[in-house]
Design a protein around this ligand. Structure first.
Ligand SMILES: CC(C)(COP(=O)(O)OP(=O)(O)OC[C@H]1O[C@@H](n2cnc3c(N)ncnc32)[C@H](O)[C@@H]1OP(=O)(O)O)[C@@H](O)C(=O)NCCC(=O)NCCS
Length: 293
């Protein structure tokens, strides 16, 4: 089968990145695969590109994935990128394709899920009711309220030392525009962003946060985004406290929600321990792959 690769224009430009797209189609013009290459543009990540590659299951092992990949890699090189990252589930065709095409595994992520029907709400309530002297919990929907905006931006540094294995991820620089753009992107998709924070009562600053995204119709599964505690506030049980509060609030507000998903790096024992203790059950393992250009 002869396959044609066409570069498309992607209007999906956001504050910190834009994407290039290629479509693979057969001789009748029927799409058989696609590649998306996200080029990060912010300082600290402008060496990086992230790839999403798909070939229709009926059209695989015909070299289409390789041709799409060649187009994406050539564009990444031309743009002066140093690394291309992508993900594949353990044991999937992608997990075999990527090493065959020069990528190496740099991080192992375990995806876990908490079924809300099976969540131990009494135990979660006990956790959220525990007092943490010097700290109090607060939460909001959507964009950070103006009064907490500045300290919320500063608290994003809690993610600076998140274990990333060998991933050439660079550094994400947060400012208020970026925080607001991230919240706006969730809202534009029709999803709901729910944030719980722990506030240091001595100065009113945010010591840590946890973010959860729930589908707009309140059905299916929610997805935890980041959970982070600033280094000087670690070791006080704040992450477990905030995450338990986030689960309880989701359970109360969205009675039709099935479960909550989270993914954690295998080399992040603290977060894994918290998730295990809260009742999250492993679903699958995904590898982060990287090609060094
Ligand atoms: C991964 C994927 C894009 C590969 O597309 P493809 O068109 O089948 O890939 P190619 O035909 O170019 O394969 C190139 C080489 O990769 C390896 N490979 C690809 N799929 C494989 C599989 N299922 N088992 C073993 N090796 C495989 C082989 O070495 C193959 O060469 P060969 O066919 O001469 O033996 C496709 O399986 C897919 O869409 N998977 C789901 C999405 C995904 O995982 N994307 C990757 C991360 S973004």
């Amino acid at each position: 089968m002869s396959v044609r690769i066409t570069a498309l224009t992607d209007p999906d430009t956001i504050l910190s990145s834009h994407r290039l797209v290629w479509l693979a189609s057969d001789t009748d013009g029927i799409p058989v695969g696609s590649a998306f290459l996200r080029l990060y543009t912010s300082t600290g990540q402008d060496h990086l590109a992230a790839l999403e590659l798909h070939v229709h299951p009926a059209e695989r092992r015909n070299g289409t994935g390789s041709r799409l990949l060649d187009a994406a890699i050539a564009a990444a090189r031309q743009d002066g990128r140093r690394s291309v990252i992508t993900q594949a589930e353990a044991g999937s065709p992608g997990d075999r394709f990527l090493p065959a095409r020069g990528f190496r595994r740099v991080l192992t992520l375990t995806f876990t899920r908490l079924s809300l029907a099976e969540a131990d709400i009494t135990a979660l309530t006990e956790i959220t009711d525990q007092s943490h002297p010097g700290y109090l919990l607060a939460s909001w929907e959507g964009t950070v309220p103006d009064g907490l905006a500045e300290t919320f931006v500063a608290s994003r540094h809690a993610m600076d030392d998140m274990p990333m294995g060998g991933t050439d991820f660079g550094t994400v620089t947060w400012d208020l525009d970026r925080v607001r753009a991230a919240a706006a992107a969730v809202e534009r998709r029709g999803d709901l962003l729910h944030t719980v924070v722990a506030i240091d009562e001595s100065d009113g600053s945010i010591a840590g946060f946890t973010e959860l995204v729930v589908p707009g119709d309140g059905k299916g599964d929610g997805q935890h985004y980041g959970t982070g505690v600033l280094p000087k506030h670690r070791g006080h049980g704040l992450a477990r406290w905030m995450k338990a509060a986030s689960i309880r609030e989701a359970h109360e507000r969205h009675p039709d929600l099935g479960g909550l998903l989270t993914d954690t790096a295998d080399n992040n024992p603290y977060m894994r321990h918290i998730n295990d203790a809260l009742g999250y059950v492993p679903m699958h393992t995904t590898f982060e792959y990287q090609l060094d250009l």
